[in-house]
Design a protein. Structure first.
Lengths: 481, 460
């Protein structure tokens, strides 16, 4: 990075807020996904004004900027290239206001997801979206990715919980979208911005809804001798008229993997388990728990266990929330998919994944948001074995093809980022993508912000955006194209 | 205001011929339908998204102004257009394209009346939880475009929250899509959020994919009267703190009760003649709750609400009552041709102050105020009825709106959905909004650079 740029960044954000030594930059070259690139510099903004000045500088000098929260993303959205600046919002981590009467909180983007709930439960409220990385991920990052989580089945994903945003545009201008009201007159730019993966602006302040803590919560564990029975239960519960707060599935391999790691209390000989959470008024939860248990047993569940107390409930969830980490103990590399399918297709798709697993002789573990049809097959491979690495790519491609065949999506909650950009053309036509590019250009006309992410660089982009930024998209190892 | 501004390059007759070449002779026909006094030069009924594309391409090349339309139930909302060259009616696009009850999703062509889709869903005890007014006539595309909602918004949100995929045609005639047919999807920008409530200013919606919900099997309604707005608001606070989670929570102002009933034939749409004499003090505010669940759950509501409840409704009377709430605005307008209706967007704690502001602003301008709305989300429908003895002038509507908006807490917005068209040129019907309007315009320019879609009618 040009030393005069570094000097100016230090002038804006402070001497201790800019990193440029290789050993420092190494820590910012990856996220929780598969891609790796070392940025040119990292700057930590502490105020909206600093973000604005940094963006203005970057715009003037035509330097790409990649906003970053905690770096827990799974699709490479926060990965920057050599000539780019990583703009970290991690130090903008204050909860600015907890407004209980209006059921809102106003936070800076670097506030960690779980910390907001921890700060509000004493008032009887919490922040509902709960990505598995909620102990580390930031709300700014959640806004960029429109993050989901197990409990978004009934309550919706991030976009359903954000009512206001302060945004710094690429030229440094600060704009406001929405506020504490549920909605406002005119276009819903707040909703449109959420999930734009850092390609439209840098979020510097977020107003979110706080959700009333439910009176009662119950967690059930349905235990199955076949994956098929568990998958059929998911369809049957959905059709029964009950919407659980969460409906998660782990297959037998994942169950054993998780048990070895945290001893969550899942039976190790099960072929699959369903983790079903019900919440609301006590009477509602009790009735639903009875109804759901019945459905499970009708669908040949071997056993349905109720968590006896809060400790047991937390333990069951610990197993689910640490599942990805548990896989890390048994395999040096794994590749997580995020495909979505219509819910009735869950049984068929799981059978397909099983077939694909056998075909390529790869272990594929399944732990996912079954109620939404949002699959997370984890393909295990040894990256030192080129044949396995190659096969994992092929397997991933076949799984995605299966999802798309049913009118599904390539990503339910992890985002497109760098990782799935090549798959966008499998879901969208050039005309679809062109409209998206035009809209992005309304915010980010020169692709200063997070360039070459999300929307593949098709020929028309050049026609519309004028000169391309310098970097080129290169195929990255481990990513199916 | 008339159609004199019709584009010089095309005479109405030749435009009709060109449109007929796209959609067939029988599908270009006038209706005499006026939008705030402006009669569209041509009315066209395309039979496919591709035909919509061809029409828009033609319009875009010529710079013709297009008004997308469905059931014509919400066309009077917004500014007075300078001219409308083509009214593009989508009602021939009226098929359910895909519905598997097990998936809890449905894909429907935009011109289908909402109620028709809802009946199909009801066969499987499912629904799209939208209870806006006029669902028999209103098309799905129109409801999405206007972001229409009713009391169910309290729990379920509105179209933006159910719409999981959308097909639309851009001003230059391209048929494109956003989202998909699955309930969770972050691939690409969320065009569903952008189009919901865009009032036809960005694109013509041709198909909508919704996530659908299991329909509650049993509900009950509890009417809770209070002697003042303050008491009603205090009750709302207690509700928020209680474990109860009602499906709907409406606040009803004293004068609004007049419009929550079937009114007799209207003799004079200019005459304000309430069944309750005006001389009686109108002080009773109501909070009306609708709860869903088993007998056991509903019994808990009755127990916890106790003596606050004056009336309990169920069955057909309950359904009727909620239809009246959804049609409050229509009932007002059928009784008072010159009434003004506003929609508010408020923070929860701004509901009380906004209602007070309405009560204070209206009488100063010879208007009688009435309100019905979502007490838990701040989406109120405010009606201002003119007094027959001394009806307000056009300027007085403007002054009333300005006085009312001036009293709203910061961060609020309130658009005028209906008022006499003669009053509209005197003020901004959309008003100010917390969302950056320059950015809205940039978005509009990005996909309708020639501004052919609903020019002059929406905020952008």
């Amino acid at each position: 990075m040009d030393s005069s740029i570094l000097r100016q960044l230090k002038k804006i954000a402070g001497k201790d807020a800019v990193l440029d030594r290789p050993e420092e930059l190494m820590l910012y070259e990856y996220d929780a996904g598969v891609d790796k690139h070392r940025p040119g510099a990292v700057v930590f903004a502490q105020t909206t004004q600093q973000v604005s000045q940094i963006m203005k500088l970057a715009s003037d000098k035509k330097i790409p900027v990649v906003p970053r929260g905690a770096g827990t993303g799974l699709s490479g959205g926060a990965i920057a290239r050599r000539e780019a600046i990583v703009l970290s919002l991690a130090r903008m981590n204050k909860i600015l206001e907890i407004d209980v009467p209006n059921q809102r909180a106003v936070v800076q983007p670097g506030v960690v997801n779980l910390e907001l709930s921890n700060a509000t439960t004493k008032y009887g409220y919490y922040y509902a979206p709960d990505p598995s990385s909620q102990k580390a991920c930031t709300i700014g990052g959640n806004v960029a990715e429109n993050s989901g989580g197990p409990h978004t089945l009934a309550l919706g994903v991030t976009v359903n919980h954000v009512t206001g945003l302060e945004i710094v545009l690429p030229d440094g201008k600060v704009v406001e979208f929405g506020g504490k009201a549920q909605d406002s007159t005119g276009l819903d730019l707040t909703g449109f911005f959420v999930g734009s993966e850092g390609t439209m602006g840098v979020v510097t302040r977020i107003t979110v809804k706080l959700t009333k803590l439910p009176e009662h919560v119950t967690t059930l564990l349905g235990i199955y001798n076949t994956v098929e029975d568990a998958a059929n239960t998911v369809v049957a519960i959905t059709q029964s008229g009950v919407t659980p707060a969460a409906l998660e599935m782990l297959d037998g391999w994942m169950v054993r993997c998780v048990e070895a790691n945290v001893h969550a209390g899942y039976p190790e000989d099960a072929a699959a388990v369903l983790l079903i959470e019900l919440e609301g008024m006590r009477e509602v939860v009790e009735e639903q728990a009875r109804a759901v248990s019945e459905v499970c047993l009708q669908q040949k569940a071997r056993e349905v266990r109720h968590a006896k107390d809060e400790k047991q409930r937390q333990l069951l969830w610990l197993g689910r929330k640490t599942a990805f980490g548990a896989v890390g103990r048994v395999s040096c590399s794994y590749y997580t998919q995020d495909g979505v399918i219509p819910r009735t297709k869950v049984p068929y798709t799981l059978a397909e994944i099983e077939r694909i697993s056998k075909k390529y002789e790869l272990i594929i573990g399944n732990v996912f948001h079954a109620g939404d049809g949002n699959l997370h097959p984890l393909i295990l491979f040894d990256s030192r074995n080129p044949e396995q690495a190659e096969n994992s790519r092929k397997a991933a491609k076949e799984i995605m093809a299966c999802c798309l065949k049913f009118g599904g999506s390539i990503t339910g909650e992890h985002g497109v980022g760098l990782e799935k950009m090549g798959l966008m053309t499998a879901m969208f036509t050039e005309d679809d993508l062109e409209v998206m590019v035009r809209l992005r250009n309304a915010f980010n006309p020169e692709s200063i912000l997070n360039p070459q992410k999300m929307i593949p660089d098709l020929h028309f982009c050049r026609e519309i955006t004028g000169p391309l930024p310098k970097a080129k998209v290169e195929p990255v190892a481990g990513v199916p194209v | 205001m008339n159609t004199a501004g019709m584009s010089a390059v095309t005479s109405p007759a030749s435009l009709d011929r060109e449109l007929a070449a796209i959609v067939g002779e029988g599908h270009v026909r006038g209706t005499g339908f006026e939008i705030n006094g402006v009669i569209p030069a041509a009315v066209v009924h395309p039979g496919s998204p591709e035909e919509v594309g061809a029409i828009l391409q033609l319009a875009n090349e010529r710079g013709l102004v297009v008004a997308p339309a469905g059931g014509l139930t919400r066309q009077q909302i917004g500014g007075v257009p300078e001219r409308i060259d083509i009214l593009l009616n989508t009602t021939r696009l009226n098929q359910i394209e895909e519905y598997d009850p097990g998936d809890l999703t449905i894909a429907v062509a935009a011109g289908m009346p909402f109620a028709e889709m809802q009946r199909r869903l009801e066969e499987h005890q499912q629904w799209v939880p939208c209870d806006a007014a006029n669902l028999e006539q209103s098309t799905i595309g129109g409801l999405v475009a206007t972001g229409a909602a009713g009391p169910l918004k309290s729990t379920f949100g509105h179209m933006r929250d159910f719409l999981i995929g959308v097909q639309f045609v851009t001003a230059d005639g391209k048929v494109v899509k956003g989202g998909g047919r699955v309930v969770k999807n972050v691939a690409g920008y969320d065009l569903m959020k952008l189009l919901t409530g865009s009032y036809g200013s960005l694109a013509v919606i041709t198909r909508a994919n919704f996530k659908v919900f299991p329909r509650p099997r049993q509900t009950r309604t509890f009417v809770c009267p209070f002697r003042s707005l303050d008491e009603a608001m205090q009750f709302r606070t207690r509700l928020f703190q209680s474990p109860l989670t009602p499906m709907c929570m409406e606040i009803i102002s004293p004068r609004a009760m007049e419009y929550l009933r079937d009114s007799g034939p209207v003799h004079d749409p200019d005459d304000y003649a309430p069944e309750q004499p005006l001389s009686l003090p109108a002080i009773e505010w109501q909070i009306v709750l609708r709860a869903a669940g088993s007998d056991n759950v509903l019994a808990r509501y009755a127990r916890e609400l106790g003596a606050t409840v004056a009336r309990t409704l169920e069955g057909t009377r309950e359904e009727q009552y909620w239809r009246w709430i959804s049609h409050f605005e229509q009932n007002v307008l059928s009784r008072h041709r010159n009434a003004m209706v506003m929609y508010t967007h408020l923070a929860i704690q701004s509901v009380g102050p906004a209602l007070q502001a309405m009560e204070r602003a209206a009488p100063d301008y010879n208007l009688i105020p009435a309100a019905v709305g979502r007490a838990a989300t701040g989406n109120l429908v405010l009606a201002f009825m003119p007094l027959s003895v001394d009806p307000p002038s056009a300027m007085q509507y403007a002054n009333c709106v300005s006085a009312f908006r001036g009293m709203l807490p910061p961060g609020s917005s309130a658009e005028v959905a209906h008022c006499p068209k003669e009053a509209k040129p005197h003020f901004d019907v959309w008003g100010t909004t917390p969302t950056d309007v320059k950015m809205m315009r940039a978005v509009k320019r990005a996909i309708d650079p020639k501004n052919i879609l609903n020019r002059g009618r929406f905020i952008v």
